[in-house]
Design a protein around this ligand. Structure first.
Ligand code: ADP
Ligand code: MG
Length: 466
């Protein structure tokens, strides 16, 4: 057989996607980052590496498939080693491998894949699929050959499946790091994708970013910045979690933990719950008055908004044992929901009394709901340099999960809907109302300048020999 070289260049994140070894991989983020192209290259390399392998590439509808993936694959798949059949929508390789294109427009379309077996199933625009379609189709990944069995997906944020995709791959997990699902044991990985990663597009269409800038706020956040915390009715639209991929403290509320200096003021704020979660958050305040949520103790079973049913005494004991290890020369000032001073009808007195007997003390927080909400807005607001007045350590996973998720109350549209998982938010307000700040207006980030001379986002791997 004659040897032929194909030269392909990849972006750094495409290479990471191709090299990923988890059972389920998600390549997700901004539009134009090179995700779909990455899928096609990955499929091609897999087909060549593993003779007689079978792969399925899915898109929600047939026209989408035809206009994007099929069209692009026809442009660069080398015709000397594979042939495309438009009737069966399959690429047949001379080593016996097959890449099949499929779609799943209706809920029941998955039935078409009943009885089929694949080594790899790939979803493009995963958020267009329902979770049932996904779990059904990934059950088709099986076979007796020793080839790696994987499900690899690519997507922009924002489709009908936005929430389940976010929960499965993103919420509470570190990007670029494999996590193991406790129920199924499946290893999952999320690789964020940014439009600036794609040097090919940046070179070919310098105006692309400017066009994305013109989009309305939610679409802009999803398509330009690849942000996942987006939906209508969101209260804290200023929220930004750019810790994904970036290590700077600009334009992000979520940051890597650091050792809090001993002389910074410290606070503990508390919202009691029993069948709903209780919430304890610790905040430190630096010399500029900027707050850092450095720890949380959240009484949740793991099912959102279901409480662990701890008594006030047990919560107090846990708080004490955590704080005993704290290295600080400042006392921790406790602030709590004023309702914990209400009588419980028990001889032990109020929740506050019970906790005081265990050596955990609180001051009464101010529970003015709207003033508290405005304080959260002023704190989250970014200045021109992208600095907010509050940060959250990325270890405060429940705060990071629940704060951006809060929606407006449909009846009192100026306030947060109290039927939601708002316990850490409530505790945050008690803390902020004890340290109120003046009005701050939120500034938005200008897109990063693309620098064609910079090499830090791009690496070329042009050495695939067939
Ligand atoms: N490694 C690459 N080499 C050449 N062109 C690329 C490469 N990666 C992406 N592109 C091109 O950049 C554009 C955007 O890529 P695409 O994969 O469609 O992005 P996404 O799926 O993330 O929206 C497309 O025109 C695609 O063909
Ligand atoms: Mg795409």
């Amino acid at each position: 057989m004659k040897t032929e070289k194909i030269y392909l260049e990849l972006t750094k994140t495409q290479k990471e996607f191709i090299d990923a070894t988890a059972d389920e991989v998600l390549f997700g983020g901004a539009a134009g980052g090179g995700k779909s192209y990455g899928q096609l290259v990955d499929a091609l390399l897999y087909a060549l590496k593993y003779p007689e392998s079978r792969q399925l590439i899915l898109r929600k509808t047939y026209p989408e498939l035809e206009h994007s993936l099929i069209l692009v694959s026809l442009k660069f798949y080398p015709k000397s080693i594979c042939k495309y059949s438009s009737t069966s929508r399959k690429w047949h390789f001379i080593n016996g491998s097959v890449i099949e294109f499929g779609y799943c427009a209706a809920r029941t379309d998955v039935i078409r894949y009943q009885g089929a077996e694949y080594d790899v199933v790939r979803f493009d625009e995963l958020t267009h699929f329902s979770e049932e379609q996904y779990t059904y189709l990934i059950s088709r990944v099986r076979g007796v050959n020793p080839y790696p069995k994987m499900v690899k997906s690519s997507t922009n944020p924002g489709g009908i499946g936005h929430n389940w995709v976010k929960q499965r791959f993103i919420d509470g997990y570190e990007p670029n790091k494999i996590h193991t699902d406790s129920q199924s044991g499946a290893k999952r990985l999320f690789i964020p994708s940014f439009v600036q990663d794609n040097v090919f597009l940046m070179n070919a269409d310098a105006d692309y970013i400017n066009r994305l800038m013109q989009l309305p706020e939610n679409e802009r956040k999803a398509l330009l910045y690849g942000e996942w915390d987006i939906f209508d009715g969101q209260v804290f639209t200023e929220w930004k979690n750019s810790s994904l991929g970036s290590r700077t403290r600009q334009w992000s509320h979520v940051i890597e933990p650091f050792d809090i200096p001993k002389e910074w003021r410290r606070y503990r704020t508390f919202d009691f719950g029993y069948s709903k979660p209780f919430a304890v958050s610790w905040y430190a305040v630096d010399h500029d008055g900027r707050a850092y949520n450095y720890r949380e103790l959240y009484g949740c079973t793991g099912t959102p908004d279901v409480g662990v049913k701890w008594t006030a005494q047990k919560i107090a004991d846990e708080i004490r044992s955590i704080e005993e290890n704290e290295i600080s020369n400042q006392p921790i000032i406790g602030i709590a929901d004023p309702a914990i001073w209400n009588s419980t009808g028990s001889v032990d007195g109020s929740i506050a009394d019970m906790m005081e007997k265990r050596g955990v003390y609180f001051e009464k927080g101010n529970h003015d709901r709207l003033a508290g909400k405005m304080q959260v807005h002023y704190r989250l607001a970014f200045d021109d340099d992208g600095l907010p007045m509050i940060y959250f350590f990325n270890t405060c996973k429940n705060m990071i999960r629940t704060l951006p998720q809060l929606r407006y109350d449909p009846v009192r549209p100026e306030d947060v809907d109290t039927g939601q998982e708002d316990h850490l938010y409530d505790a945050l307000k008690y803390f902020l109302m004890s340290n109120p700040i003046a009005v701050r207006e939120n500034k938005t980030e200008k897109p990063k300048e693309f620098n064609p001379l910079s090499t830090d986002k791009i690496a070329a791997y042009p050495r695939f020999i067939v």
